[in-house]
Design a protein around this ligand. Structure first.
Ligand SMILES: [Mg+2]
Length: 278
């Protein structure tokens, strides 16, 4: 196999530290077959767009924070939290491990405030529609492809599960089936309940947009191969080296699902995992 057979990987937005390693991982995953693959993806700025027509798209927690359903008092309290915790989030002197408990503290406090607003679930849909949140271009192909091949998708989000579900439901008309939403506030990945079915899937396609997203697969049971795709949405010059060192494939300012789709298509191609012996 040669990476050239996936033409999307030759796009100028695609960067790889070690293309040969990428080739080897793809080959191994393709050989293992569709039934061994699971997709783990971050939600905000990964499945959703970072910007549209030059304007930033909101992360899912901002949809509610800035909506007409949230009181001015609550908005002010959320702003205070942002002013306290955001500087920690972007502080390059602290490690991801040092930041995580504080980030969890932030999400938990914000979540508590929003829950106290007692927002009616039936109004959520309108608020999501009124917001500028958008899934990435070609997202439908992504969901369709996973559905067609019964590949489970585990979505990690720090946002409110209900809001996230609305975003997915509005765009993805299919029944959710194999899509699970996992909240980052809940700690380590559990090996119970509906995570059981993921246990037999030892090959992971991970998609994220921050370096912290790389820990999403930490709970995967006896992992065999992992292919990590990272969207580098912003501050490209500053972050490019660290992204290239962390992710197998880095997508620079790419607002589409084109590359994850192409990889999925390749990984699930019948020719790939059943070579004809002659
Ligand atoms: Mg994100």
């Amino acid at each position: 196999m040669n990476l050239k057979i996936i033409p999307e990987l030759s796009s100028p937005s695609v960067c790889m530290r070690d293309p040969q390693r990428v080739e080897e991982i793809i080959k191994a995953m393709q050989k293992a077959g569709t039934s061994t693959i699971q997709v783990i993806s971050d939600f905000d700025m990964t499945l959703t767009r970072f910007a549209y027509n030059g304007k930033r798209c909101p992360p899912s927690h901002n949809i509610l924070n800035n909506s007409r359903l949230t009181s001015e008092e609550c908005k002010a309290q959320l702003k205070d939290l942002l002013n306290t915790y955001h500087p920690i989030e972007i502080d390059s002197k602290q490690t991801a491990e040092e930041k995580l408990p504080l980030m969890v503290e932030w999400w938990t406090k914000a979540h508590t405030l929003l829950v106290q607003q007692r927002i009616r679930k039936d109004l959520l849909q309108d608020v999501v529609k009124e917001s500028d949140a958008m899934l990435r271009e070609l997202y439908q192909l992504f969901f369709d492809h996973l559905h067609e091949h019964s590949i489970p998708l585990l979505i990690f989000s720090a946002g409110l599960g209900d809001v996230l579900e609305e975003v997915i439901l509005i765009y993805n008309k299919r029944e959710r089936g194999l899509i699970h939403i996992y909240n980052k506030r809940e700690g380590a990945l559990l090996n119970t309940g509906h995570f059981q079915e993921l246990k037999s899937r030892h090959n992971v396609l991970l998609v994220g947009d921050s370096l912290g997203d790389l820990t999403m697969a930490d709970g995967v049971h006896s992992m065999e191969n992992i292919l990590q795709i990272g969207f580098l949405n912003d501050k490209v010059e500053e972050r490019k080296t660290s992204y290239l060192n962390a992710y197998d494939i880095v997508l620079v300012k790419d607002e589409t699902m084109e590359v994850p789709n192409a990889l999925l298509l390749h990984l699930t191609s019948v020719l790939g995992h059943c070579p004809v012996e002659r």
